[in-house]
Design a protein around this ligand. Structure first.
Ligand code: HEC
Length: 124
């Protein structure tokens, strides 16, 4: 391996370390949908209490992007201001942290949701 390439790898590894080795290229169907169906869809689907209260349906990419009755909940490219991320991370009022009345999601899942939104909230 030429010397410059070795240096390049070391720098890339260093950046990954600084970024906490975030997952990259998160896919909606492979990574995000399973988290939502495991933790959210029992309440956030038509006829269920979370949906009835908020209008937010977590059962498909289309409904997730549509948001709730007060507007959009996912802002593609901006997890910091997306209500979905704020609520699961407990950055909004703790009384409305999601999932409602349950344990906070594991950090790994919070990270997946964050990377997915920051990568553009794609239907991939
Ligand atoms: C036990 C039922 C329940 C579960 C599980 C649940 N929610 Fe909720 N969710 C609610 C209720 C009820 C509301 C309405 C606001 C309130 O009463 O706190 C709500 C509101 C929300 C809102 C706010 C909508 C708005 O327009 O402001 C978001 C976003 C949300 N939930 C996301 C999620 C996500 C993401 C998950 C899974 C990680 C989840 N919820 C799991 C019941 C639930």
């Amino acid at each position: 391996m030429p010397r410059s390439q070795v240096v390049g790898c070391a720098i890339i590894a260093g950046v990954a370390l600084l970024a906490g080795c975030s997952p990259r290229n998160v896919g909606f169907s492979a990574d995000v949908q399973p988290i939502l169906s495991r933790n959210c869809s029992e309440c956030h689907a038509p006829g269920k209490p979370g949906f009835e209260a908020s209008g937010f349906d977590t059962t498909s990419h289309q409904t997730v992007m549509k948001g709730g009755k007060f507007g959009l909940l996912v802002k593609p490219g901006d997890a910091f201001t997306s209500a979905l991320n704020m609520l699961v991370e407990g950055r909004a009022n703790p009384s409305i942290r999601m999932p409602h009345g349950r344990e906070k999601l594991p950090d790994k899942d919070l990270e997946i949701l964050k990377v997915w939104v920051n990568e553009g909230a794609k239907n991939n």
